[in-house]
Design a binder for this molecule. Structure first.
Ligand SMILES: *Cc1c(COP(=O)(O)O)cnc(C)c1O
Length: 387
């Protein structure tokens, strides 16, 4: 991509003169900061968001990351959290109060759903889940007390898109704040703020870090919105990253462009192979021309990322398990966004009282990592033959 992007990923915010002119910014592994005078301390207290006082509020290593994330998401400011779930929870909690109502896309990330169903319900914040493939469903769900919209486009597991521009316009007309979980696309493939969305969250655990060795989250938005989150739930709940994790995340970002494009290139090859295979009933991946929302994907996303779900033509769970256990290059694991390809079968979601989900047992989510796509396709082919 552009010169600006490579500058952003590799240099922006890295004031090297403040760190012994080291090429790589040092990790400021300090919880606390000191001042030569009372006046100097007072000046810092007044700017707790931007200057080092105490690492729960601001840390110089985390501060570099905040600048990069804000720039990546075309936002004025950003915050970094100890997980993506913490970022989403802090954002929602900062903008709702008892008596409010939230509209959320159906089938969001599982802990976003739990935030609404299990936590906020207890504090008298109600919600409605809507099929987000029609933006008008957001409008229809509005009540007099609706104050917040949650989008996740594409959403988890089934990768249904919401028309973010249309949803944002409906929200603006009603004074409603909007959040988009943009983890799937990474900031390189979609920028919800450009489409009118107020707040953008990421599980930085996934593409942003990209090495499967850090759990973290980010939130980007206007100065006013980020200030509100910072002064409310960010500081109160205190789910902040360690400076070391922030540093690892900064290192991960340096290869973001290379990694996500490789993952998306390979996903396109894998998706086309799977779509044509007789033992595959369906491929949920919005980059396929046959996908019902392909046109919207082309309109609001630059590219479609490396996560997809397939539905196998499998008569029973045993056949699904033969396929999954037969895959040699896809680790069986949750999460995604690292260098390694993964598989996550719905039939693993079974507890003693049955399935935790109403999704079909034939579904397997695949994450396409950085391996040679020809080898991944050959592996899928042989596992489908065993099924
Ligand atoms: C993983 C994930 C989250 C949660 O992030 P954590 O870093 O695991 O807390 C939220 N949304 C999406 C889409 C995710 O994939």
């Amino acid at each position: 991509m552009s010169e600006d992007l490579s500058h952003l990923l590799n240099h922006l915010g890295e004031e090297r003169e403040l760190g012994y002119d080291a090429v790589v910014p040092p990790i400021v592994q300090s919880g606390n900061f000191t001042y030569p005078t009372v006046a100097a301390m007072r000046a810092t207290v007044q700017q707790e968001m931007e200057r080092p006082l105490y690492t729960r509020g601001f840390n110089p290593t985390v501060g570099i990351l905040r600048k990069k994330i804000a720039a990546l998401e075309h936002a004025e400011d950003a915050l970094v959290f100890s997980s993506g779930s913490a970022a989403i929870a802090a954002a929602v909690l900062s903008f709702v109060k008892a008596g409010d109502h939230i509209v959320c896309v159906h089938k969001p990330y599982s802990w976003t759903k739990k935030l609404l169903v299990e936590l906020l319900e207890r504090f008298n914040v109600s919600h409605t889940f809507v099929d987000g493939t029609d933006a008008e469903n957001y409008r229809r769900a509005i009540r007099p007390n609706t104050t917040f919209f949650i989008t996740e486009s594409p959403n988890s597991l089934t990768f249904e898109l919401q028309d973010l521009g249309a949803v944002a316009a409906i929200a603006k007309a009603h004074g409603i704040i909007t959040l988009c979980d943009n983890s799937y696309s990474s900031p390189l493939f979609q920028n919800p703020i450009d489409l009118g969305i107020d707040l953008v969250a990421h599980s930085a655990t996934k593409y942003l870090n990209g090495h499967s060795d850090v759990v973290a989250g980010v939130l980007a938005g206007s100065t006013a919105h980020i200030r509100q989150v910072m002064s409310k739930e960010f500081m109160t709940l205190g789910a902040v990253p360690s400076p070391h994790d922030a540093w690892l995340l900064m290192r991960g970002l340096r290869t973001l462009e290379l990694r996500v494009n490789r993952s998306a290139d390979s996903a396109a090859e894998v998706a086309r192979f799977l779509e044509a295979h007789p033992r595959i009933n369906r491929v949920h991946w919005p980059g396929l021309a046959s996908h019902p929302q392909y046109e919207l994907a082309t309109k609001q996303m630059r590219r479609v990322a490396g996560l997809m779900t397939i539905e196998l033509d499998a008569p029973d769970e045993a056949a699904v398990e033969r396929f999954c256990d037969g895959l040699e290059r896809f680790l069986i694991a949750v999460s995604w966004g690292g260098y390694e390809s993964l598989q996550w079968p719905v039939c693993a979601l079974k507890g003693p009282s049955g399935y935790h989900t109403d999704l079909p047992f034939t579904m397997v989510r695949l994450y396409i990592g950085l391996e040679d796509p020809a080898l991944l396709i050959a592996d899928l082919r042989q596992a489908l033959e065993r099924m």
